[in-house]
Write a protein that binds this ligand. Structure first.
Ligand SMILES: Nc1ncnc2c1ncn2[C@@H]1O[C@H](COP(=O)(O)OP(=O)(O)OP(=O)(O)O)[C@@H](O)[C@H]1O
Length: 246
C-alpha cells in the first residue's frame, strides 16, 4: 500500500510538485501520465528515496517515510528506469549485475536465484555471461526488471520503462510487467507520457500538469472519454490510438 499526501517538491525557488495526493492499494497499479516536465518523475523519485528534498506525507505499507531510507526499504521498493543502457553497468556481466542486490542484502543461493529470475523474465540462462552491449534493447530491459525483482521486492516504481524501446518490443515488456505483477502480487506505480502504456498496465490513472495532479480516473473511464478535466481530454486527443500497444 502506498499513500502519498500533499507531496511537494521544489528545486531552489521552483516548485515542481505542488501538493500531489494519491493512494495505491496492495497489489494495485497506479499510473501517472502527463506531458514532459509536468513533475511525474519527480513524484516517483520522492517515493523511491532518490530525492530526499520533499514535504508532505508518504506512507508505504503503513510506515511513514523519512527523507532518508534504510536498506530494508531498498529491498522492499525497487525502481526500473527508462534507459536500460544507462542503468546497467557496461563493464559488468549480467551475472554480476544480478548478483549485486543479493550481496548487498545478504541473500544466499545466488546461482539458483539468478537462474530463476532469468526464467521469469524469459531470458535464456546463457545471457548470464554476456555484457549489456551484447544484448538487444528489449533483453536489456528484461535484465533491468530481473535486477529489480531478484531481492523479492513488494513495490516496483517504473519510470517510462518502455519508452526507449521499439514499439513491437514495448508490448512484450508491458505484457511481461503485467504477468509479473500478478504472479508476484506486486504493487506498481508507473510513470509515462504515453496514455496507451499507462492504461495497459494501470486500472487507476492520475493526470499531471504543471506539478499538479488535476484528475484521477479509471483506465476504463479514460478510454471511454468519461473525463472531467480539459487537460485529460487534450492528452487523450493527442494519443493517436489508445489501443496501439494493448
Ligand atoms: N534535479 C533537478 N534540478 C532542478 N530542476 C529539476 C530537477 N529534476 C527535475 N527538475 C525540473 O522539474 C520539473 C519536472 O521534471 P520531471 O522530470 O519530474 O518531469 P516529467 O513529467 O517526469 O517529465 P519527463 O517526461 O520529460 O521526464 C521540470 O521542469 C524539470 O526541469
Amino acid at each position: 500500500m502506498i499513500d502519498v499526501d500533499s507531496l511537494r517538491v521544489r528545486f531552489g525557488s521552483n516548485e515542481v510538485v505542488k501538493g500531489v495526493s494519491f493512494h495505491v492499494p496492495v497489489g494495485g497499479s497506479f499510473g501517472i501520465v502527463g506531458e514532459s516536465g509536468s513533475g511525474k518523475s519527480t513524484v516517483l523519485r520522492a517515493i523511491s528515496g532518490l530525492n530526499a528534498e520533499w514535504s508532505g506525507r508518504i506512507v508505504i505499507e503503513g510506515e511513514t517515510m523519512k527523507p532518508r531510507r534504510d536498506r530494508a526499504f531498498f529491498r522492499k521498493v525497487q525502481m526500473v528506469f527508462q534507459d536500460p543502457y544507462g542503468s546497467l553497468h557496461p563493464r559488468q556481466t549480467i551475472d554480476r549485475i544480478l548478483s549485486e542486490p543479493l550481496l548487498v542484502h545478504g541473500i544466499g543461493e545466488i546461482e539458483a536465484r539468478i537462474e530463476k529470475v532469468l526464467a521469469e523474465v524469459a531470458l535464456p540462462s546463457t545471457v548470464r555471461f554476456r555484457y549489456p552491449h551484447q544484448l538487444s534493447g528489449g533483453q536489456r530491459q528484461r535484465v533491468a526488471i530481473a535486477r529489480a525483482l531478484i531481492a523479492e521486492p513488494e513495490i516496483l516504481l517504473l519510470d517510462e520503462p518502455t519508452s526507449a524501446l521499439d514499439v513491437s518490443v514495448q508490448a512484450e515488456i508491458l505484457n511481461l510487467l503485467a504477468d509479473l505483477r500478478e504472479t508476484r502480487r506486486l504493487t506498481y506505480v508507473l510513470v509515462s507520457h504515453n496514455l496507451a502504456v499507462v492504461t495497459h498496465l494501470c486500472p487507476q490513472v492520475g493526470v499531471m500538469i504543471g506539478g499538479e495532479m488535476v484528475e484521477q480516473l479509471s483506465a476504463e473511464d479514460l478510454r471511454a472519454g468519461r473525463i472531467h478535466h480539459p487537460h485529460t481530454s487534450q492528452l487523450r486527443a493527442l494519443s493517436v490510438d489508445l489501443e496501439e500497444v494493448a
